[in-house]
Design a protein around this ligand. Structure first.
Ligand code: NAD
Length: 489
């Protein structure tokens, strides 16, 4: 790719299509195509650089140099650079929202109202945390003890195709705040908002090589990045099978690795709950076409209220508008990629063959990548649709008769990312908070949380925790220094 070819005009927004290495946009000999899920056959968005081992090597070399410079910035200088980036993100809200909508199918209004500003907030949060951080320091046994956080080195940050902009900022901000240089590898199905972000980072004043972006395919350039021994941290969000491969590479080089992975969250509704609020939130699990790791996709409803709950749930689900994600009235956008839509449909076909009962939906929508919001009553708890993450607008419905059965069903998959409980009982809320195996448990609410709280999953939903100081500790080498009292020179 020649230099002049390293941009695409997407509906009036100029988007870089190369890699950003050492502060400069560079191409690769080969490209991959980015198409829009809004019109898969008609809307070609960009030809994006398809990184290979050479691009990975160049990006890591740049990140080694960038680390030397960035890790010497004072925390106040780091924080100022990150606040500048946050300002730039806010200034470019509309462009980012529009490109993400076209590239991934995300609802444009949601992006504008919530997720672009959340991206800016992520940088501000970590800028403030790094400045506020106080070293632990105490005296004991004639000794002065100090705990220091030392920047670890170049960090590879690998992100998935769903909510690409917000998730990228969530993972990049703590790495940069900690003083590490980054090499960001976004997903090949939605690479474009990451390019806008890297462009803004370039304007924000990071030293060359502190912030690098490499585009390409996971098992090509992604695999090359995580296998390189110069990398000192790997932070990944994506699926468990990919995490297993990256974990092997991390083990080979003895590199700390966090993985934020899939979920199969239970959504429990007890008879004492506010039924309408529970049913409304349950129908809301179809949001983003169900392409949400935190979604409560297994509806577990107390037997005595099953019919009343279902009536309410259908009323809320019927009101959801499938449409163009650029339009403000749209609730459900097309799925991100035809392969993924077909994968989701494969689950439904196998469920039907298995004898599971399709209560609503279960069909592709002609002429678009939309998928009907679907509810299934499974034949048993062993059904594939109960046990496997589908990552589409597909929920299952099961009933329970008492708390013990509810808990057993809630904890019956290999996942453990999130859980949602609707109940009127504070005592039950506290008890289930302890007993449900998940990293995040919402009671009578969903998604809202304090960003300094730990975020992550149990079981095959992940390793490690993001959020607040947890991510800063991961990106640092924690060091304890003990100095004998009386040491003067
Ligand atoms: P994926 O695992 O297929 O890909 C994720 C990223 O890894 C992509 O950038 C991909 O290019 C890269 N990759 C693939 N193979 C690689 C390899 N061998 N080496 C290095 N990188 C490689 O996941 P996906 O389909 O993009 O994302 C969907 C999954 O992500 C779902 O399981 C979802 O639940 C999960 N997710 C989890 C969270 C969370 O916070 N827990 C958030 C969003 C999505």
């Amino acid at each position: 790719m020649a230099e002049r070819e390293l941009i695409a005009d997407i509906d009036g927004v100029t988007v870089p299509t190369g890699h950003m290495i050492g502060g400069t946009w560079v191409g690769s000999p080969v490209t991959f195509e980015s198409r829009s899920p809004l019109d898969w056959d008609g809307m070609h968005l960009a030809d994006v650089a398809r990184g290979d081992a050479t691009a990975a090597d160049a990006a890591i070399a740049a990140a080694v140099d960038g680390f030397a410079a960035w890790s010497r910035f004072t925390v106040n200088e780091r924080a100022a650079t990150m606040h500048t980036l946050a300002d730039l993100i806010e200034e470019h809200n509309e462009e980012i929202a529009h490109v993400e909508c076209l590239d991934m199918g995300f609802l444009e209004q949601s992006m504008k109202r919530r997720l672009v500003s959340r991206g800016a907030t992520n940088f501000r949060l970590y800028a403030d945390l790094i400045v506020e951080h106080e070293e632990r320091h105490w005296g004991a046994k004639d000794m002065d003890n100090r705990v220091l956080r030392i920047p670890a080195g170049p960090a590879v940050v690998i992100t998935p195709w769903n909510a690409p902009f917000m998730l990228s900022t969530w993972k990049l901000a703590p790495a940069l705040a900690a003083g590490n240089s980054v090499i960001h590898k976004p997903a090949e199905w939605s690479p474009l908002s990451a390019a806008l972000l890297a462009d803004l980072a370039n304007q924000a004043g990071f030293p060359p090589g502190a912030y690098n972006l490499v585009q390409g395919i996971g098992d090509e350039v992604g695999a090359a990045l995580v296998a390189d021994p110069r990398v000192r941290r790997i932070t990944f969000t994506g699926s468990p099978p990919t995490a297993r491969q990256i974990g092997k590479a991390a083990a080979e080089n003895i590199v700390p690795f966090t993985a934020e992975l899939g979920g199969k969250g239970p959504f429990l509704v007890f008879a004492d709950a506010d039924l309408d609020a529970a049913a409304k939130k349950a129908a809301w699990q179809f949001d983003d076409s169900g392409q949400v790791c935190l979604a409560g996709t297994r509806l577990l409803v107390e037997e005595s209220i099953r019919d009343a709950f279902l009536e309410c749930f259908h009323a809320h689900a019927d009101a959801l508008v499938l449409g163009d994600p650029r339009e403000p009235g749209t609730d459900i956008a097309p799925m991100a990629h035809p392969d993924h839509r077909d994968r989701v449909h494969g689950f439904i076909e196998r469920a039907q063959a298995n004898g599971d009962s399709i209560v609503r939906g279960g069909n592709k929508v002609d002429g678009s990548l939309h998928y009907e919001p679907t509810l299934i009553e499974p034949l048993s708890n062993d059904s594939e649709v109960v046990q496997c993450e589908i990552f589409g607008p597909v929920l299952t419905l099961q009933t329970f008769t008492d708390d013990a059965e509810a808990l057993k069903l809630a904890n019956s998959t290999a996942y453990g990312l999130s859980s949602i409980v609707y109940t009127g009982s504070r005592e039950r809320a506290e008890r289930l908070g302890h007993e449900i195996r998940a990293g995040l448990i919402w009671v009578n609410t969903f998604l809202v949380r304090d960003l300094t709280a730990p975020f992550g999953g149990c079981g095959i939903s992940g390793i490690g925790r993001e959020g607040g100081d947890h991510a800063l500790d991961f990106h640092a080498d924690l060091k304890t220094v003990m100095i004998l009292d009386g040491t003067t020179v």
